[in-house]
Structure formats: C-alpha cells, structure tokens
Design a protein. Structure first.
Length: 459
C-alpha cells in the first residue's frame, strides 16, 4: 500500500506490549503505508485523509505479530518420526534421512512451515538451516524465496556442519561441508540476501549448528565472519545433559564457557534452548546480553528438560520463543509456545509464579524481536514501528466467557486469526492465507515427504 494510504482499525482491545505494557479495552490503530501511524483509546481521529479501508474489529484483540526465533523448516517433511527418542537418539535416527534432502523438498517444507505459522499469527519467522548435502541445489535461495512469496518478514540463519561421524560428530560424512566451504557459502548468502534497512523483509545470520556438529575453528571463524559482515550469530546451546557431557569431555569445559572461548557470547548472539544453565551460565548471558530462543514444546517432546526462563528474565537475559523443527514439534505454530512456555515453566521451581499471561505474550512478540535484533522496528505496537500486527477473534465459543482477552489468548485454545498484517500488507483473512494456496502446499509437502522416504529406503 502507498505510504500515504491508511488502514483504520476500530473498536478493538489492544495489547501494545510496549515498555509499560499499555493496553486499551476499546481502542484504535491507524496504519499508514508500512508503519503504525497512531493508536490509542476510543475511536480513530476524525478527518483522516486517504483512508483506503476501515475495519470494525469489535470482539477482537490486536497484538503485535508473533515472532518466531528458532525453527528448522526442512523438518516439515519428516514429522511424526522417532517420536519416543531423546535428542541424541533422535538425531542419529533422522540424520540419514535429512542428509538426502534437495531443493524441491526444502522449498515445499519451507512453504508448509511458513504457511502454518503465518495463518496462526506469526509475522516474523526465522529458519536455522544447516543441512547442505552435496549437489542438493540452492537451498538458501529456496527458503528465502518461499518466505518472500508468503509475505512474511524473515531471518535465515545460514547454518553449517563440518564435524561428521568420522570426527566424532553425529551427522553422516556426506552431509557436512568443509570448514572453508561452509564459511565461503555463508558469506555469499549474506552478501546476496541480507538487508540491513529499517523495514527489511529478509535478513541473514551466521549459524554453525551446534558444539557436537561443528569444529572449534568453524565456531571461532564463523563469529569473526559475522562481525566482519555486521550480521547476527545463532546456534544451539546447552540443550541436553548429553551436550554438557560432550563439551566437558572434548573441550574440558561446559557449553557456556566453551562458547565464550570461541567468541560466541554477545548482544549480537542468540542461542536455541539453553535448558541446562547454571547460575554462572545465566550471569554470563546477562552480562553479555546474549539472547535465548525458548522452545518449550520441543524441549518436552525430546525430554530435554525445563529451561530456567524466569531466572533468565530476572537476570536481564533477552528471551524469545521458538517453534523449533517440526520433527520435534509437529504442530509447527507459535501459539502453542505461548501457552506451553507458561504451563511448563510452572512445573519448575517457581511454580505458579514462574510466568503470567502477559509475560508469555511478551516472549512471543517483543522478546523475539529483541533476540533477532529488531526491537526498534517490530515486537510492540507503537507509532513509527512497522505495521506487523494480528487481529485475534475473541468473541467465539472458545474465548467469549473469559473477561481478560490477553488471558484468553494465552491460556485458551488457539484463537482464530481474522487478519494478520506484515509491513502493512494483509497476508491472512479469516484464518486463511491470502498469499498462498494452502491445499496446494499440503499436497506438495505430502508428495515430497513420500519422495524423501522412498529415496532414504532405497539408499
């Protein structure tokens, strides 16, 4: 929409998730072009010019769009496998299949992953893609193209692995890159696709996979590469007790100390999971402003444990939410993570005081924007920020009897998305994508999942 054309949303409850958690029981939002122009209590101001559309949002809650901070899109076509495994056994079971992915499979899987998230209120997604089999095609380009076509704001964490089975790692030998090849391909991806502008739709991070699948040289050189190029860094950290044991045996120190020794703590870094963190680890993350992508459903699915999110937040660690790969979170959407972050953390030592509904919503919006380095542009509803927002319908059977709409959104069933806007452009209407054919995507993902299973069986 042209910068001087406006969309006016009236008669809605609003949770801004700004620094003061400002809320309006009945208010308005005005979008001008791709920015939020104004918002507040009561109806929109009279006399607004160039209004292209007015939306009566009675019965709705408007929030910032959800921000997903950790995912593996390619796993959409390996859902439902190894369902009773812990992380290491799950990886051993699935790497031989993942090592045979190709560009059409990755494109279909990315479309499936993005479609499921977008129709459920995600406006900013990310994908940590680290499997690049030889001769598999332009996987990064396929993923970025799928996000562009869907109309979702996107960060590609260009992953890599160079520690295979012969080096004591988990991936098969034919599924990893060389140190030099991984660094060169990552730099090329950043130079081709990263946009550093305020309203960027595509950004790229440097993202070696994990301590047990990459060499120390790839971690250290990857950090140096990211800082030379001015982009963020992402990896997996402290996900399981097995990883902690691995780090002590191989490097003589725990994961956090190892990461710090390789340049992997800092305000430009975020790590997935961070389940097994002691007080010293949390203090190091807080001191360096290293971010965390909390993935409660995947952590439960793989029996990894309960991350100490309340302690991280109290210490000042930036924390967002992540779906994680859909081979360990088959639902593949982020609303589940709002609810599960709250419920699972209440099983920990803080019990009912662990998280409340508004803290959970903040993790899924502003917290995610923080860890992606985009809190100045997205994550809260404020004048001048990008128009990424969601209208949740709260007057149906599932939610109508809950007086507080934020409580209804977080504690209740998945709320219907009446409209979702990204960069001022509507991409969802009444729970259906406007930018893609969901049925065609479903068929494509089913066909590619079957093709991958057949290729793996024949191998």
């Amino acid at each position: 929409m042209a910068a001087d054309r406006r969309i006016v949303i009236d008669n809605c409850a609003i949770a801004t998730v700004d620094a003061h958690d400002t809320e309006y029981a009945c208010g308005h939002v005005v979008i001008a072009g791709n920015r939020i122009e104004s918002l507040g209590a009561g109806p929109a101001p009279e006399g607004l010019r160039d209004v292209a559309r007015r939306i009566d949002a009675s019965g709705h809650l408007v929030t910032p769009g959800l921000v997903n901070t950790h995912h593996h899109f390619y796993q959409w076509i390996t859902r439902g496998l190894a369902t009773d495994h812990n992380l290491f056994d799950w990886l051993v079971a699935l790497y031989p299949t993942w090592a045979r992915i190709d560009e059409p499979m990755v494109r279909a899987a990315a479309q499936g992953s993005l479609a499921m998230m977008a129709r459920g209120g995600v406006t900013t997604a990310m994908d940590h893609h680290y499997v690049f089999p030889h001769g598999s095609g332009d996987l990064s380009g396929a993923i970025i193209g799928a996000a562009r076509d869907m109309g979702v704001r996107f960060t590609l964490a260009r992953g890599s692995m160079d520690r295979s089975e012969k080096d004591g790692g988990l991936p098969p030998d034919f599924a990893v890159e060389t140190l030099e090849g991984a660094l060169a391909a990552t730099e090329e991806t950043v130079r081709r696709h990263h946009d550093s502008s305020f309203d960027a739709m595509t950004q790229v991070a440097v993202a070696p996979c994990s301590p047990f699948s990459v060499s120390t040289e790839l971690l250290r050189d990857g950090a140096q590469l990211a800082r030379r190029l001015g982009v963020r860094l992402h990896t997996h950290g402290s996900e399981t007790v097995e990883e902690e044991k691995f780090c002590h045996e191989l490097f003589g120190m725990g994961p956090t100390d190892y990461f710090e020794s390789t340049g992997w703590l800092g305000e430009d870094v975020w790590m997935a999971h961070c389940v097994h963190m002691n007080d010293s680890d949390i203090a190091a993350f807080a001191r360096t402003r290293t971010g965390v992508a909390h993935c409660p459903s995947s952590n439960a699915r793989l029996a990894a444990g309960i991350a100490r999110v309340p302690d991280m937040l109290a210490a000042g660690v930036p924390v967002g939410l992540g779906v994680d790969g859909t081979a360990s979170n088959e639902s593949g959407e982020l609303h589940t993570e709002l609810r599960n972050a709250l419920l699972i953390n209440r099983l920990g030592g803080h019990k009912e005081a662990a998280l409340d509904a508004r803290q959970a919503l903040r993790l899924g919006t502003y917290g995610g924007a923080q860890v992606l380095g985009r809190a100045a542009q997205i994550g809260s509803l404020e004048p001048g920020k990008l128009a990424d927002l969601v209208l949740w319908r709260m007057d149906t059977l599932a939610h109508a009897s809950i007086a507080d709409p934020v409580t209804a959104l977080v504690f209740g069933a998945a709320a219907p998305v009446t409209a979702s806007f990204v960069n001022g452009r509507q991409i969802v209407e009444d729970g259906r994508l406007l930018t893609a054919d969901e049925d065609a995507i479903a068929r494509a993902t089913r066909d590619e999942a079957r093709r991958l299973a057949r290729i793996t069986a024949e191998a």
